[in-house]
Design a protein around this ligand. Structure first.
Ligand code: DHB
Ligand code: FE
Length: 280
C-alpha cells in the first residue's frame, strides 16, 4: 500500500516567491528566512516523497469570487502557475498524480466528504510558494503534486474540526491505495497575519507559538478553535491555519524534526514545521 512518510506546514507569503525568482534570497532582508529553510530542504531531499498532497488556498485566482468551493481536489495531469498580475511565476509546472487523486476522490466521497474536482486549474502563490520554500528553484519539482484547495478567503470557511476530520479520511485513502509510492502531505498558509483594515500588519507571536507547540501533541484542542478566535487572535487571514489541521489529521504518529519561525516577512508571521511519520 502507499505509505504516508511525512507532513509539513508552512506559510505562503508571495514575496518569498518573488525573492527566489528575482535572485534576492541573499539580500539582508531575506537571507535569515531563506537560511531557515535549508534544514527543511535537506530533509525534503533526504526523505524524497514520490507525491506531495498540497493543502492550499486559491486567492480568487483560478476560481474567481463568482465560484468559491469549500474543497476542490486537483485530479488533473498538470497544474500551471497562475498569472497573479506580474506574469505567471517562472517555476516548474506541477505534475499531478491523477490515479492517486481519483482514488482519494472516490474514497472521500464514499466516506461523506463531498469534494469538488478540478480536471484543469492553475495554481497561485498559495501553492507555488510552499514548493519554493521546500524545494528551492529546481528545473522540475522533485515530486508529483496533488492540490487540495480549501476556501479560507470567504466566510463561511469550513470548521477546523471538519478540516481535521478530512485529514483523517485522507489518511485512510492513502492507506488503502494499492501502490508502493511514498506520500507527504503539506498544510500551507498562515501564520498570524492581517492584510487589510485598521489592524493590517497584525502579528501574534504568542498565538503562533501556541499553535506550533500544540499541532503535534494536541491537535484536538486546535481543531476546536472557532473562526472568531482566529480572527481576533491571528488576524483576518490567520484562518488559513485551518489548512494545517488537514495535514495533521492525516498523521498518526508525527515526530517533529524541524521548526522555524520568522517575524515579520512582509506583513506576515512566517512559520515552518516538519514531521516524520513514525511507522508503526
Ligand atoms: C500575503 C498574501 C497572502 O495570501 C498571505 O497569506 C500572506 C501574505 C501578502 O500579500 O503579503
Ligand atoms: Fe494567503
Amino acid at each position: 500500500m502507499a505509505k504516508l512518510i511525512s507532513g509539513a506546514a508552512m506559510s505562503h507569503i508571495p514575496p518569498i516567491g518573488a525573492a527566489s525568482d528575482n535572485g534576492k534570497t541573499q539580500d539582508p532582508y531575506y537571507k535569515p528566512l531563506f537560511d531557515g529553510f535549508e534544514p527543511a530542504r535537506k530533509w525534503m531531499r533526504d526523505t524524497k516523497p514520490d507525491t506531495v498532497i498540497i493543502i492550499y488556498n486559491d486567492h480568487a485566482s483560478a476560481f474567481s469570487v463568482d465560484l468559491i468551493n469549500t474543497f476542490v481536489l486537483g485530479v488533473g495531469e498538470e497544474f500551471e502557475p497562475h498569472d497573479e498580475g506580474y506574469g505567471p511565476r517562472k517555476v516548474p509546472t506541477g505534475i499531478g498524480n491523477p490515479e492517486l487523486a481519483e482514488h482519494m476522490l472516490e474514497h472521500l466521497i464514499m466516506n461523506d466528504f463531498d469534494l469538488a474536482l478540478a480536471n484543469e486549474m492553475t495554481v497561485d502563490h498559495g501553492f507555488t510558494v510552499p514548493l519554493t520554500t521546500m524545494c528551492g528553484a529546481p528545473d522540475e519539482w522533485p515530486c508529483k503534486v496533488i492540490p487540495l484547495c480549501v476556501n479560507v478567503i470567504k466566510y463561511t470557511q469550513p470548521k477546523g474540526s471538519r478540516c481535521f476530520a478530512l485529514g483523517k479520511e485522507i489518511r485512510r485513502a492513502i492507506d488503502s491505495y494499492d501502490s508502493d509510492e511514498t506520500v507527504a502531505i503539506w498544510g500551507t498558509g498562515g501564520m498570524s497575519h492581517q492584510l487589510q483594515g485598521e489592524r493590517a500588519g497584525f502579528i501574534n507571536e504568542e498565538f503562533d507559538t501556541m499553535f506550533l507547540d500544540k499541532l503535534g501533541p494536541d491537535p484536538e484542542s486546535l481543531a476546536r478553535i472557532p473562526h472568531i478566535d482566529y480572527l481576533r487572535d491571528a488576524g483576518s487571514e490567520g484562518i488559513e491555519l485551518i489548512m494545517w489541521l488537514i495535514m495533521r489529521g492525516a498523521m498518526k504518529s508525527p515526530k517533529e524534526v524541524y521548526r522555524n519561525y520568522h517575524v515579520p516577512m512582509s506583513n506576515t508571521a512566517a512559520g515552518l514545521i516538519c514531521y516524520d511519520e513514525q511507522q508503526q
